[in-house]
Design a protein around this ligand. Structure first.
Ligand code: NKO
Length: 208
């Protein structure tokens, strides 16, 4: 149990690494907390116009969820699914409330994607495809994230007919992640309702 607690703490620390801020600093861009939505995330980094920086942010933040779970499985072979669910939640919460940024972090979309990749790659593919379809049609990153967050747990439950659905604890973790994702997007939801949300590729003023 103490070992599982240590793995959960480790996952939280991994999740706390803010790739939007790190990548921006390394590439000489403005701190993403100073422009656009002020969110340290791939979408906001893209508002600089630097697609490479945005892609690296997405990759890094997703890798955190994937790596935290993979590391737990490696260090504790046969770890209980409930333990793995806690590790997944810890990495996600680390991104939202990072110890390295005074607990003011991102919205968790990319990190949740990394968690999905580790849990079941096809679940990640289906959820990412959902995100992409909404993003292509509506051009709102936040709306795409909200729809994807809603469908990820649904897909997981639907997959119960398939061999890979084994663990209710992981399903609960995905639902909790989905709820937290909505909570972190509440300002975006307000803007979507008011029609003031910024569209992907829609900004004319690009911060550098
Ligand atoms: O700046 O507030 P903003 O407009 O930036 O940003 C809103 C946005 C914040 O998220 C990001 C990360 C963008 C990642 C894009 C690819 C994600 C594809 C898969 C989505 C997976 C959702 C997982 C749900 C698990 C329950 O929203």
């Amino acid at each position: 149990l103490a070992f599982t607690a240590a793995l959960v703490l480790l996952a939280y620390l991994i999740g706390s690494v803010p790739f939007a801020v790190v990548v921006s600093k390394l590439m000489g861009l403005q701190d993403p907390r100073s422009y656009g939505s002020k969110n340290p995330g791939a979408t906001n980094v893209l508002r600089t116009g630097n697609k490479t920086a945005a892609a690296l942010t997405l990759l890094g933040d997703a890798a955190k969820g994937w790596f935290a779970i993979g590391l737990a499985e490696k260090l504790a072979p046969g770890i209980a699914p409930a333990g793995l669910a806690l590790v997944a939640l810890a990495a996600f919460v680390g991104h939202l409330y990072p110890v390295f940024l005074g607990f003011k972090g991102g919205k968790g979309v990319a990190t949740a994607l990394g968690v999905l990749v580790a849990i079941q790659p096809w679940l990640a593919v289906a959820t990412a495809a959902t995100w992409l379809i909404v993003a292509v049609f509506f051009r709102y990153s936040s709306l795409a994230s909200l729809v994807a967050a809603f469908f990820a747990p649904v897909y997981y439950v639907f997959g119960s007919g398939l061999a890979w659905y084994a663990q209710p604890a992981l399903g609960v973790a995905l639902a909790v992640i989905g709820v937290l994702l909505f909570y972190r997007h509440r300002a975006n939801i307000t803007r979507l309702v008011q029609g003031t949300e910024s569209k992907i590729g829609g900004s004319k003023k690009k911060p550098g």
